[in-house]
Write a protein that binds this ligand. Structure first.
Ligand code: ADE
Length: 347
């Protein structure tokens, strides 16, 4: 299934245990996202100086870039605890009340996928964010009355991949709003180097980590997952050391190519190249040819291909770009350019 891919930026069940061991717990260990880290350092120092909790913070950006990791780092730096939940898990106002009343002064309420918070719950959260109180309605009809439940001054840390879907009243209540960027090669190599140390991988040569980083789609979660695949391969098929040779052999076996594309990415591109002559073609048509769900392709395949410029979204549908054709080794038809109809495609 498309969502079970090695290269997905969604967390996989097998990631969880090991990821906790690799995640930084202190801000000094956090690699990359320099602007964000600088802003957070200032916010922490200022809040600590005043004895206040951190301001409410909204982190948005693609999955796998460290939003949850940062939530734990922040709680640790503030000397508090974290209560973690997600938008879809908070179905009723009382779910939120139970989360809020578990918080102590300065603790962090982490709400992942905050854009999926139901409207009914969102209304409870405004007075909680502003005045640290929750208005609970008891009984109904004539007997209805509202009681105020107080909670401790806390920090709401919201995370979302879809900041555009947040209502503006909710968005405006966050003091700090930051977009997480994809990691550059240098930062990914540093993260991999740190992870290799923590996993006890000795004598790992820098070029081999660079080769993993290049295939990691700018995403630490993927980088660490690939490193674990390489580690296993090295342990079973070689002498345990991570070398360029083991990286290339392990990732070839996993179907990961030198641009970090997997078989599903390549099938998607090959379908546009051959069946649809380079495009433009509607997503539904590509999905039908591949027997995949269109929404899945849009969420898990296209973002990276668009980001690296292998595919373009035109008004008339998806089309391969020059770089995409070069990567597949097929002739370019210019189908991604506005006004081009796309000539005969030779695969
Ligand atoms: N592991 C995953 N993400 C990381 C980061 N940003 N810094 C350090 N280690 C990490």
């Amino acid at each position: 299934m498309a969502t079970d891919r090695l290269l997905t930026n969604q967390p996989l069940p097998q990631d969880e245990q090991i990821n906790w061991a690799l995640r930084p717990t202190e801000i000094g260990e956090y690699i990359g996202q320099r602007d964000l880290i600088e802003r957070v350092r200032i916010a922490i120092a200022a809040a600590k100086g005043r004895g206040d909790p951190l301001e409410h913070m909204l982190l948005h950006g693609p999955p796998g870039l460290g939003k949850t990791t940062l939530a734990h780092v922040l709680a640790n730096e503030m000397g508090g605890k974290i209560v973690a939940t997600s938008g879809p898990a908070l179905t009723r106002g009382t779910d939120l009340v139970s989360a809020l009343t578990r918080l102590g002064h300065g603790d962090i309420l982490f709400i992942d996928e905050v854009h999926r918070l139901p409207i009914a719950v969102e209304e409870f959260i405004y007075p909680a964010m502003e005045d640290f109180r929750i208005d609970v309605t008891l009984d109904s009809g004539m007997a209805a009355r509202t009681v105020q439940v107080r909670c401790k001054p806390f920090t709401l840390l919201g995370a979302t991949t879809r900041a555009g879907l947040l209502s503006s009243p909710l968005r405006s209540r966050f003091g700090l709003v930051h977009h997480l960027q994809y990691y550059d090669l240098e930062d990914l190599v540093r993260i991999l180097s740190r992870s290799a140390g923590l996993l006890g991988l000795r004598q790992t040569d820098p070029e081999s980590l660079d080769a993993i980083a290049r295939r990691s789609r700018g995403t630490p979660r993927i980088a660490n997952r690939l490193l674990r695949r390489v580690r296993d391969y090295a342990a079973v098929k070689a002498d345990g050391r991570v070398t360029m040779q083991t990286v290339l052999a392990a990732l070839k076996l996993e179907g990961v190519d030198d641009a970090g594309l997997d078989e599903l990415d390549r099938r998607y591109m090959r379908t546009i190249a051959t069946t649809y002559r380079g495009g433009p073609v509607g997503l539904e048509a590509v999905a039908a040819t591949l027997s995949e769900d269109a929404g899945t392709l849009e969420d898990v395949v296209e973002p990276f291909l668009l980001q690296v410029g292998f595919v373009a979204r035109t008004r008339r549908g998806r089309a391969l770009t020059q770089a995409g054709c070069d990567h597949l080794g097929v002739d370019y038809t210019g189908a991604d350019k506005p006004g081009e109809s796309g000539g005969l495609f030779q695969a």
